[in-house]
Design a protein around this ligand. Structure first.
Ligand SMILES: [Ca+2]
Ligand SMILES: [Ca+2]
Ligand SMILES: [Ca+2]
Ligand SMILES: [Ca+2]
Length: 196
């Protein structure tokens, strides 16, 4: 189970945000293992905690490479990308036998500058504002849906990255917007709620 908490002050930076992870056990939450906290100050997590980063604005858990270990995706909607304020970024931490351990895990970041992700980082895109894993093609590996809530004057967009044996791939990614799905040119905030 993972929870995002964006109201927390990290290293003196207000609303930098953090994510708390509790592991399960046969009898409920694993109290022995306790809670793990992840922030942008954690080992090997890209960038730093900054004011209004909103790290953990949304979180999602799913297995993208089909190895039986869950990955953790974290939205950082307030992150500055290419000098654009609140363009937003997503961090994916791959799960392994130890769980989600940032000091050793494979870690990837996605922005609208990443290959296969349509559009460009712009001010107030809020990329990563909604996240969900779902196996759309039924191959046993989850695709990751990423909402950019305020893309194009609040119209919103959703990008889907393919789950492969090598992890998430932008190669066959698709981006849907309010416009190209027939909702039209209006502030629909397309992608605000994703089917999990
Ligand atoms: Ca940051
Ligand atoms: Ca996995
Ligand atoms: Ca954009
Ligand atoms: Ca799949």
């Amino acid at each position: 189970m993972a929870f995002g908490d964006i109201s927390v002050e990290i290293n003196g930076q207000e609303q930098a945000g953090q994510v708390k992870i509790w592991y399960g056990s046969k009898t409920g939450l694993n109290a022995t293992r306790g809670m793990t906290k992840i922030t942008q100050a954690s080992a090997r997590i890209p960038d730093d905690p900054e004011e209004l980063d909103y790290f953990g604005f949304d979180v999602a858990i799913g297995d993208v490479n089909g190895n039986g270990r869950a990955e953790l995706a974290i939205g950082i909607t307030g992150e500055v990308v290419a000098s654009k304020r609140e363009a937003g970024m997503v961090v994916v931490i791959y799960g392994d036998a130890k769980g989600i351990v940032t000091s050793t895990a494979r870690i990837e970041t996605f922005t609208q500058n990443s290959s296969g992700v349509q559009d460009d980082p712009e001010t107030h895109d809020f990329f990563g504002g909604s996240l969900a894993f779902r196996d759309f093609d039924g191959d046993g590996r989850n695709e990751l849906q990423i909402g950019a809530l305020f893309e194009n004057a609040l119209q919103g967009s959703v990008t889907i990255l393919d789950g492969t044996t090598d992890g998430l791939s932008g190669q066959f990614s698709q981006t849907y917007t309010a416009k190209n799905t027939g909702i039209g040119d209006q502030p629909a905030r397309y992608g605000l709620a994703l089917d999990r």
